[in-house]
Design a protein around this ligand. Structure first.
Ligand code: SF4
Length: 439
């Protein structure tokens, strides 16, 4: 029995895909092992958004060869689609598979016999039209379910459309089948993932279904306690979706909404499809219906043309919004993107200074949000994440909670009262009396 190990770089979508590909291997009789258990085959799933994707990929290949010098190494994922030739030149790499080929890995590389030259199987991204469903199954608590792939937007900094192709989705009927399977494995929470999930519903280039209808259909599934929408573009987050989440028992009050810049000139340069006014309106609508809703924000600093004044406008805008945390990205030039050729390049020193300022703002926002939750009753899903006698979990509105380790609590939903914030910024809790009803 050949042993295969997986390594994933990047986002939740990549994790869900690695997980599904690993199950395809298991179905064919391969034994899935950990990275350091001397595998015969390594599958490395790469990311193009990750800073220094090339270096990271080389590093993982080197590590793999240290563990099993004779192993077969195949590289898949976004970076493999973007730069197949460069990757094939990395010493030790046996195969590179693009976006269209990665799910047929086991059949295409049947036997995994090493050849004298690496095999490169990467169709052009224009030919990538098929949707391959995927979901992660790494722990018992949360599953990342892929419902959509690719993107038809053309944000000027982004390589994802080049790496993942056009927007396409699974059908609601198929997704319900997957979710019912997941429900049968005692998973409590499903996180919906995709590249641009608000654009859900395109099948073979035709708009067949809508994200709002997917949300409504999932809400009816028995056996899953919680659904979380991972990240959604502000212009696609409609009142219909917000209203539904506000009234749903299963869709949790947590949104992650990319902003990227709080300055309209920069938003236009980025070719984003909204202005800051729309963004502010989305946040106000959410908070008016769900004051306890957690809202995460993606923001990019140092985009070409972003002056100090533009950045300060973004800073003040974020400061004024009722949001809960930021994911800060420092802009970096990417091949084949229009932004790479734009004027007004921001110095590395300014990029890092702006990033630091927003990291501090993010800590402040998170702290403020956590403080607002003290005294509230929340439901925590405890995970198998144990440290120094404590375990962790998240409330429905994404407050990270710590509690004394109790093996019986793993994968359990527990009603708690949020009491105080510890020195590491984690929420401490006490058991809530059962008669207290959460409004
Ligand atoms: S919406 Fe923009 S940033 Fe997001 S994947 Fe599509 S092109 Fe990239």
């Amino acid at each position: 029995m050949k042993k295969v190990a997986f390594y994933t770089l990047g986002c939740k979508l990549n994790f869900s895909e690695t997980s599904t590909i690993s199950r395809l291997f298991e179905q064919k009789g391969y034994l899935k092992v950990d990275f350091n258990e001397k595998p015969d085959i390594f599958i490395i799933n790469t990311c193009s958004v990750t800073e220094n994707a090339d270096k990271k990929c080389r590093k993982v290949v080197k590590e793999a060869l240290k563990i099993s010098p004779e192993a077969y190494i195949a590289i898949i994922g976004c970076y493999a689609q973007l730069k197949p030739k460069e990757i094939a030149e990395i010493p030790g790499v046996d195969a590179v598979l693009g976006a269209a080929e990665k799910f047929r890995l086991v059949e295409l590389l049947d036997g995994f016999e090493k050849k004298s030259i690496p095999q490169v199987l990467a169709s052009s991204i224009q030919e990538v039209k098929q949707f391959n469903h995927a979901y992660s199954h790494n722990d018992r608590t949360r599953t990342f379910l892929k419902v959509q792939d690719g993107c038809n937007y053309s944000c000027t900094f982004c390589t994802i459309p080049l790496a993942r192709g056009e927007s396409r989705s699974d059908s609601i009927a198929n997704i319900l089948v997957s979710v019912e399977k997941i429900a049968g494995t005692n998973v409590k929470e499903v996180v919906l993932t995709g590249v641009n999930i608000g654009d859900f519903g395109l099948q073979n280039g035709l708009r067949k279904e809508r994200f709002a209808d997917l949300v409504k259909a999932l809400d009816q599934v028995e056996g899953i306690s919680r659904f979380r929408i991972s990240s959604i573009e502000p212009n696609l987050l409609t009142n219909e979706i917000i209203n539904f989440v506000a009234s749903s028992e299963k869709f949790v009050p947590h949104f992650h909404i990319p902003l990227q810049s709080g300055n309209n000139k920069v938003l236009k340069l980025m070719r984003r499809r909204y202005l800051r006014e729309l963004y502010a309106d989305r946040i106000a609508t959410i908070k008016s219906l769900m004051p306890h809703c957690c809202i995460g924000v993606d923001v990019i600093v140092g985009f070409p043309g972003e002056t100090e004044a533009d950045f300060l406008e973004t800073y003040q805008f974020l400061n004024s919004l009722d949001i809960s945390y930021l994911h800060v990205f420092t802009y970096s030039e990417r091949d084949n993107t229009p932004a790479k050729h734009m004027d007004g390049v921001v110095s590395t020193a300014d990029r890092s200074k702006r990033s630091k300022m927003l990291h501090i703002l993010s800590d402040k926002k998170r702290r403020h949000f956590y403080e607002q939750q003290i005294g509230q009753i929340g439901t925590v899903l405890f995970e198998e994440d144990i440290e120094d006698g404590y375990m962790h979990g998240f409330t429905e509105n994404y407050v990270r909670v710590k509690a004394k380790y109790d093996p019986l609590l793993i994968n359990e939903l527990k009603k708690v009262r949020l009491t105080s914030i510890d020195a590491n910024g984690l929420m401490e809790v006490e058991e809530a009396e059962t008669e207290i009803v959460h409004h």
